[in-house]
Design a binder for this molecule. Structure first.
Ligand code: HEM
Length: 179
């Protein structure tokens, strides 16, 4: 049965949402932190190790999340939501989903540009699927950075909208996503 506007998101969707939100905050932080260090700084390699591992995990979770959403449709927005707000939420969520894939994929293409695979916390390695190409790291790096900046802006908007609904509209939108 399809959910109504007063239903919460299902528990799996809620836990994946908050788990991924934490990982993505850490990923963006680690990414910008790593670029502020030199290549010879041991903290640079440690941050990149965690950034890559979390990136692989986010990619896997994004696949599971979309699959789950397909089988478990989210509750609709309340019927009195203005059309502009409906469209803003729809397109912000679509863009966030697109970036949850674009960021790890471009990250993988940068990391494997030297022909080496990417390790998931040292447990196993995802091999490099394309030929080595050092130039690719620079080209795709621009896209990865641009996508990360866009992502940060969208998340800021998304959080502001959630807080507006909670504290100003008081319409239970934040509560239906609460774990
Ligand atoms: C403090 C941080 C965050 C808050 C307070 C928050 C809040 C919310 C709320 C209340 C909803 C439900 C909206 C509705 O009922 O229609 C939602 C949905 C969503 N959030 Fe967040 N969120 C946060 C962080 C993030 C982050 C970092 C991402 C990045 C991926 C994200 C991606 C999404 C997406 C894609 C949806 C739509 C879910 C769906 O319909 O499948 N959120 N968020």
């Amino acid at each position: 049965m399809n959910p109504t506007a007063t239903d919460p998101y299902d528990p799996v969707a809620r836990w994946i949402h908050w788990g991924m939100a934490l990982m993505l905050f850490a990923l963006v932080g680690l990414g910008f932190y790593a670029t502020s260090l030199t290549y010879y700084d041991p903290l640079y390699h440690r941050s990149v190790f965690w950034h890559r591992s979390l990136g692989l995990l986010v990619f896997a979770l994004a696949v599971i999340r979309l699959g789950w959403r397909w089988r478990h449709p989210p509750p609709p927005l309340p019927a009195d939501t203005p059309n502009w707000e409906h469209q803003a939420a729809l397109w912000t969520h679509r863009l966030l989903y697109a970036l949850m894939f674009l960021l790890p994929i471009t990250g993988y293409l940068i990391s494997t540009a030297d022909g080496r695979g990417v390790t998931l916390f040292g447990w196993f390695e995802v091999p490099a699927l394309l030929e080595p190409d050092k130039e690719r790291a620079t080209r795709v790096g621009q896209l990865h950075l641009g996508a990360a900046i866009l992502f940060s802006g969208l998340v800021a908007m998304h959080v502001a909208a959630a807080l507006k609904h909670h504290f100003i509209n008081r319409d239970g939108i934040l509560r239906r996503m609460w774990p």
